[in-house]
Design a protein around this ligand. Structure first.
Ligand code: SIN
Length: 334
């Protein structure tokens, strides 16, 4: 009997530590985005038994330099590859610093149910014990697996599988740097196969009402994050409110801030800047009209979405509405 052809998996590379090089294999410093997608694939010859790989270099940056321009290019490529019936799944290699943001962004603007898997590494490619090759192997194995379909973009790191909305980088070093603190990881990779523990019950991809076209039409509304701390002053908020369409407060505790800051945010909201309260704590829930009277102040609450993802959802919501109650409805559903 003739061999079954291997599934086609597109690998889109964007850089990051997974493509990083050090001066020597034990040094802490390195340059992210040093190796090309061809180099990454060559380090994992086992991929030849898993998939027919089509590789593309979309960018080669440390993900601290991730931009909306790269997101646009990525979303366009993912969209085209999802529409290509010959492609079974898509893997995106990415720096870990903003990987969760790219994953969440794609989950809101890609209107397909084909597997899209993001992957990175905490150790550069030249390090002793680099985990990038194993992560990449797992990412391709996940992207070709039928169980990965319909879950929105997934992230695989250190044998854990996470949903785009839930994953968060929780440590600046170490291979166990990712978690899904509020709802838990989606599953695990074991022996090159995924085992899912939960369904993704949030709104994404095929149910999302957002798109790249909507963002382009609206000129990508500008949303900035204000990080709350003791003694936070009003002037920094007034300055940001002068430039931004929306502000996400990375608030203390339940999304709160000094009276001075809350007053400044209230003035910003009255001037038409959308304000969403979230928490800087890393997990938990910020409910509307609990810690503050959001309805009266003109704010929305991010619920269990972290500040950096609330920024993305607010940017998309602002393509449709600036009205706080309507913005809140997006945060209630996505
Ligand atoms: C980056 O995000 O590009 C640098 C850090 C990493 O990938 O781990």
């Amino acid at each position: 009997m003739p061999d079954q052809p291997l599934p086609v998996i597109a690998v889109l590379a964007t850089g990051g530590t997974i493509a990083g090089a050090q001066a020597d294999a034990t040094s802490a410093g390195y340059k992210a985005g040093s190796f090309s997608v061809g180099d990454l694939l060559a380090a994992v010859p086992q991929l030849a038994g898993l998939a027919d790989i089509r590789a593309e270099q979309v960018a080669n940056v440390g993900s601290q330099n991730m931009t909306h321009d790269v997101w646009r290019a990525l979303a366009q490529r993912v969209d085209a590859l999802c529409a290509d019936a010959s492609v079974a799944g898509i893997v995106i290699t990415h720096g870990t610093d903003t990987l969760e943001e790219t994953a969440y962004f794609l989950s809101l603007v890609i209107r397909h149910d084909k597997p899209v898997v993001l992957v990175g590494a905490m150790r550069p490619a030249t390090a002793l014990g680099a985990e990038g090759p194993a992560n990449l192997y797992n990412a391709v194995a996940l992207a070709r697996h039928p169980d990965a379909r319909g879950r929105g973009p997934l992230v695989v790191m250190n044998e854990d599988v996470h949903y785009a909305r839930e994953i968060q980088k929780i440590a600046s070093a170490g291979i166990n740097a990712f978690a899904s603190p509020n709802r838990g990881r989606a599953g695990v990779m074991h022996g090159g196969a995924p085992y899912f523990y939960s369904r993704n019950t949030t709104t994404h991809t095929t149910q999302s009402e957002f798109s790249l076209a909507l963002l382009e039409k609206s000129g990508w509304p500008r949303v900035d994050i204000v990080y709350a701390h003791a003694n936070l002053q009003a002037d920094v908020i007034a300055f940001i409110a002068g430039q931004a369409d929306g502000i996400v407060l990375a608030g203390v505790g339940d999304g709160n801030a000094t009276d001075l800051a809350v007053d400044a945010l209230t003035r910003a909201a009255a001037d038409g800047v959308a304000v969403v309260r979230s928490s800087r704590t890393g997990s938990g829930f910020v409910a509307r009209d609990v810690e503050l009277d959001d309805a009266a102040l003109g704010f929305a609450a991010a619920r269990d979405l972290n500040p950096q993802k609330a920024r993305i959802l607010l940017m998309l919501a602002l393509c449709v509405t600036r009205e706080p109650a309507a913005v809140q409805r997006y945060f209630d559903r996505y």
